[in-house]
Design a protein around this ligand. Structure first.
Ligand code: ZN
Ligand code: ZN
Length: 290
């Protein structure tokens, strides 16, 4: 069993209203012994999507509430101080300073904005369809949809690679192939072979720097997919290339989803050959059997 959810967002994140204490209660009900909050800090998040400062984290307030809860729950559940930083080429310096000047246990580095565009938003996909239509004049709607999804995934993965070449103070890469969360209408499948080259480059960089992957179950419990981010094919390739470090988390923004689909995620990771996973404390990995 996986006994740690290491990717959750409470009210300290701009896009969540969840109470930390409610999340802890659900974690304990589900038998978890460790919970790592990973509140958002996204510098330079495009103001076309959210007001300026929407994803700025108030670390003193977050730290104070977490320390008080650590006291309250001591001996019952371990609570860790994590963050999920958003990588963009424009804020490498800000991210370095942010991580270096706060006492985080765990840092997830994620790409939420690819070349100024967020795949969570519909305009990202409209742009991808327009590119596909320009490339394939006269193509039917189904072909254009498939091409837009291929283009949208490729565009996202290229941004992940670019950002990893610029920034390295983190523990795991968040939701490596996130773009398929937003294909729409329940679709999440994509062909690994279409992106094998860029995925390999990303994985080789992570292995070289001894960084891990965030196994993100959101796709399983929210989107009903049979894969998480990243897919089992990516996990198997990571292992083949010498990757060792996996962490598991739900990406829950509501208390009810803390701990969801961790068993399925465990089965997927085991099928990809992994027998251990990690929990980070004071930026150091503790290994647990998977
Ligand atoms: Zn994220
Ligand atoms: Zn997240």
């Amino acid at each position: 069993m996986i006994s740690a959810d290491c990717h959750i967002h409470s009210h300290h994140s701009g896009d969540s209203d969840a109470s930390m204490e409610d999340m802890i209660g659900v974690a304990m009900q589900k038998g978890l012994d460790t919970l790592c909050f990973t509140e958002h800090q996204d510098f330079d998040f495009p103001t076309a999507y959210e007001p300026a400062g929407f994803f700025d984290l108030n670390v003193p307030a977050y730290l104070a509430e977490l320390q008080s809860l650590q006291e309250t729950y001591r001996g019952r559940i371990e609570l860790l101080l994590g963050t999920e930083i958003g990588l963009q080429p424009s804020c490498v310096r800000e991210n370095l300073d942010f991580v270096r000047t706060h006492p985080f246990d765990f840092v997830i580095a994620s790409v939420h904005v690819a070349a100024g565009q967020d795949p969570y938003h519909k305009d990202y996909w409209a742009d991808m369809r327009a590119r596909a239509a320009a490339r394939l004049p006269g193509a039917d709607a189904e072909t254009l949809r498939q091409e837009a999804e291929r283009e949208g995934m490729g565009f996202y993965l290229a941004a992940v690679l670019e950002n990893l070449q610029l920034y390295e103070d983190f523990d795991v890469l968040g939701h490596l192939d996130l773009a398929n969360r937003y294909f729409g209408e329940g679709r999440t499948a994509y062909a690994h072979a279409d992106h094998a080259e860029v995925i390999d480059e990303i994985l080789r960089l992570l292995v070289e720097k001894d960084k891990g992957l965030d196994c993100n179950t959101n796709l399983l419990w929210r989107y009903g997919a049979d894969e998480m981010n990243p897919t089992r094919e990516i996990l198997a390739r990571f292992r083949e290339l010498g990757g060792r470090i996996l962490t598991f988390g739900t990406d829950a923004h509501e208390a009810a989803h803390v701990g969801d689909a961790l068993d399925t995620a465990r089965a997927i990771a085991r099928s990809a050959g992994f027998t251990e996973y990690c929990v980070f404390r004071n930026r150091t990995a503790e290994w647990r059997p998977l």
